[in-house]
Design a protein around this ligand. Structure first.
Ligand SMILES: [Fe+2]
Length: 287
């Protein structure tokens, strides 16, 4: 049984101010994030919304739904919510997905429909994931995003302690998606100094290996199947934006048959796309 994420309302008295912000497209929103004098900062400093939202995401569901008034745009809401969590949009040359992206509800060879953390190919995955919808299609009014706390997977499971050395020490390559083509491999363990990277398709590359590595990830796969029903969920639609603590929970996207008909605003904060040796864009043709 899934349950609804805790929800937090954006103050209604902020709506007339936010409605005046000029954010016609993704580039305007990025510029607003980098504008140190933008009034979004004053708004959140002047009330308890930030505290309430942070407290909700710090709760057991490690996620929250932000409700915002009809006359507030998803970009304005994203700007306020982003500033609550730091507003630090890290620079990120292609081919990696940048921290702020308006994009179709896409599926890359099934990657997005399984439990995962975001920022897998990043040097340091983002702490926060914020998802809103820029183009909503009523066909997907029940398309829920699910979140499963990692605590719920590992607590009370003897396999976690038994295989802890594999999960914290055995390095997997997290750059396997078509969008990572041309980048050097990103070799990191599942749990890298407290930061999780999580995707079944990556685990599947080692589950058949003989020895403890294969055994550990096969056991983890079975454990995920066992606790699969312990999630919080919510639909992102006009007036509702999802925030996930990407270090405490795994999430999965809803099934969307026609991704182009559902456009998302996705903001990833508190991460580092490239490491010190990868500050330049890479060739995407593998050369
Ligand atoms: Fe995701």
């Amino acid at each position: 049984m899934s349950r609804l994420m805790p929800s937090v309302e954006l103050p209604r008295e902020w709506a007339p101010i936010m409605a005046t912000w000029d954010l016609p497209d993704q580039d305007a929103l990025i510029a607003a994030f980098h504008d140190g004098a933008h009034p979004a900062r004053d708004l959140i400093d002047g009330g308890d919304f930030a505290d309430r939202l942070r407290a909700a995401v710090a709760g057991p569901d490690c996620s929250a739904l932000v409700r915002y008034p009809d006359n507030v745009s998803v970009r304005a809401a994203g700007l306020v919510v982003g500033h609550v969590f730091g507003g630090d949009l890290a620079p990120c040359p292609p081919p990696l997905d940048p921290p702020l992206l308006e994009m179709p509800s896409r599926e890359i060879a099934g990657w997005k429909k399984e439990w995962h953390t975001d920022g897998l190919p990043w040097f340091e995955p983002n702490r926060w994931t914020i998802i809103g919808v820029t183009t909503f299609n009523d066909e997907y009014r029940d398309a829920k995003t699910d979140v499963l706390p990692i605590e719920h997977i590992v607590d009370g499971w003897p396999g976690w302690e038994k295989h802890k050395e594999v999960f914290t020490g055995h390095k997997l390559n997290w750059r396997r998606q078509p969008t990572d083509a041309g980048l050097p491999p990103m070799m990191k363990p599942l749990l890298d100094q407290g930061t999780p990277r999580w995707h079944m398709k990556v685990f599947n590359t080692v589950v058949d290996e003989p020895g403890e590595v294969g055994e550990a990830f096969a056991a983890l796969r079975d454990r995920i199947d066992e606790v699969d029903d312990g999630w919080a969920s919510a639909v992102t639609q006009p007036g509702s934006m999802i925030v996930i603590d990407n270090r405490r929970g795994v999430h999965r996207a809803p099934r969307v048959t026609d991704p182009l008909r559902r456009q998302l605003l996705r903001i990833k904060l508190g991460g580092q796309p490239y490491g010190p040796d990868e500050s330049q864009p890479h060739d995407t043709d593998g050369s």
